[in-house]
Design a binder for this molecule. Structure first.
Ligand code: 5GP
Ligand code: ZN
Length: 119
């Protein structure tokens, strides 16, 4: 656990969150400011700052985050498709420096804007 890390505090149960999945390695909860009708975060329980600080020893964990996305997306009603995003570093738009995979979809204003930009 890293001091003053919001996601470590969520993992520890010190800050409430809407949890949708948990196992020994990973916690998944809804984003507090969703950019789409469904938006959740897949978070390793162990504090890894970002992809920039991940090491080869994190490979299995990184694979697990991605592999969980479709299973949980289906359960959240995104069986027809979804987006994934990992913001990395200050210049990569990361605001919480505890690695996390965004999974979102199901429509909504922000998602429509992203679709337009990415066309
Ligand atoms: P980043 O910008 O680092 O890729 O994403 C951080 C995400 O964490 C943001 O989408 C933000 O809304 C979400 N977030 C920040 N603080 C909290 C919190 O206390 N609870 C939850 N559920 N999400 C949070
Ligand atoms: Zn942390």
């Amino acid at each position: 656990m890293s001091d003053n890390c919001i996601f470590c505090k969520i993992v520890a149960g010190q800050i409430p969150s809407t949890r949708i999945y948990e196992d020994d390695d990973v916690l998944v909860f809804h984003d507090i400011h969703p950019v789409a009708n469904v938006h959740f975060l897949i978070v390793p329980k162990r504090h890894v700052e970002s992809l920039l600080t991940a090491t080869p020893g994190d490979q299995v964990l990184l694979g697990k985050l991605l592999a969980l996305a479709p299973q949980l997306a289906r359960e959240q009603g995104l069986g027809e498709g979804f987006r994934t995003m990992i913001n990395t570093g200050v210049k990569g738009g990361q605001s919480v420096f505890h690695l996390h995979l965004h999974v979102f979809g199901g429509g909504g204003k922000a998602e429509a804007a992203i679709s337009q930009i990415m066309q």
